[in-house]
Design a protein around this ligand. Structure first.
Ligand SMILES: CC(C)(COP(=O)(O)OP(=O)(O)OC[C@H]1O[C@@H](n2cnc3c(N)ncnc32)[C@H](O)[C@@H]1OP(=O)(O)O)[C@@H](O)C(=O)NCCC(=O)NCCS
Length: 207
């Protein structure tokens, strides 16, 4: 069952560290999201609740920590090696019963560097090889070709779920969905993609 899926609290790739947000990230998160409102508005449903205050963000981080601890959602910040927040990623627990769904966004200033593909490759490995998911999925709006290029680049295959909806420029549209499983992980390009370093830091707590 999905509740048993267990995700490490620190995932390190060549250029990135992914980890759950902590209260001290609130200022940085507000700053990055607020300066990316136009960039994120077309495809991130939560942008309708922005901009948020630092206090709102702390509250949100506490809620995400509760979900992480309960195994009902695994939101992570994407930081560079200097600790600068460059985007957000992690897993939603909402598609297949034994699956995880990768979500992502990146600061417009860091688009086009392959950082999201690097993050998604690491998360694919974590989902399938560490967390025990049977499948990992990535879904996006039909017009979001930049998003679709990420799973395509990693060798995911497209699947038709029929009827699954996602946020597309203020409306809901049929999602394009991609899936990876154990076989994807042992097929190029993921087979020879560098594996992330995983370290267990203290589990997030809500307060
Ligand atoms: C969707 C989104 C996350 C994709 O980000 P991205 O920067 O295009 O993705 P990557 O970081 O993997 O970068 C890929 C690009 O970097 C290039 N690149 C440079 N160095 C690279 C490397 N080492 N490895 C892979 N690609 C590299 C690729 O060629 C590609 O360029 P191209 O788009 O010109 O073909 C980003 O556009 C975004 O945040 N959009 C708004 C929010 C959103 O839509 N989120 C997804 C909702 S489903």
């Amino acid at each position: 069952m999905t509740a048993a899926l267990d995700v490490p609290t620190r995932i390190e790739t060549e250029r990135l560290v992914m980890r759950p947000y902590v209260a001290a990230d609130a200022e940085q998160l507000v700053e990055v999201v607020t300066r990316n409102l136009a960039h994120l508005r077309p495809y991130m449903e939560w942008i309708q609740f922005e901009p948020q205050s630092v206090a709102d963000r702390r509250e949100w981080i506490a809620g995400e920590a509760e979900k992480f601890a309960a195994g009902t959602g695994f939101t992570m910040g994407m930081f560079d090696k200097a600790g600068e927040l460059v985007g957000g990623s992690g897993f939603h627990v909402r598609t297949d019963p034994d699956g995880l769904e990768i979500g992502y966004w990146i600061d417009a200033a860091h688009e086009g560097k392959g950082l999201v593909t690097e993050a998604a490759a690491a998360l694919t490995f974590v989902a399938l090889d560490i967390a025990g998911a049977a499948v990992v999925t990535i879904g996006h709006a039909p017009t979001n070709s930049r998003s679709g290029a990420v799973p395509r680049r990693l060798g995911y295959r497209q699947r038709d779920l029929g009827g699954k909806q996602c946020f597309d420029a203020g409306e809901m549209a049929p999602a394009v969905e991609w899936v990876a499983d154990a076989a994807t992980l042992t097929t190029e390009p993921l087979a020879s993609w560098p594996r992330p370093a995983l370290t267990e830091s203290p589990r997030p707590t809500s307060r």
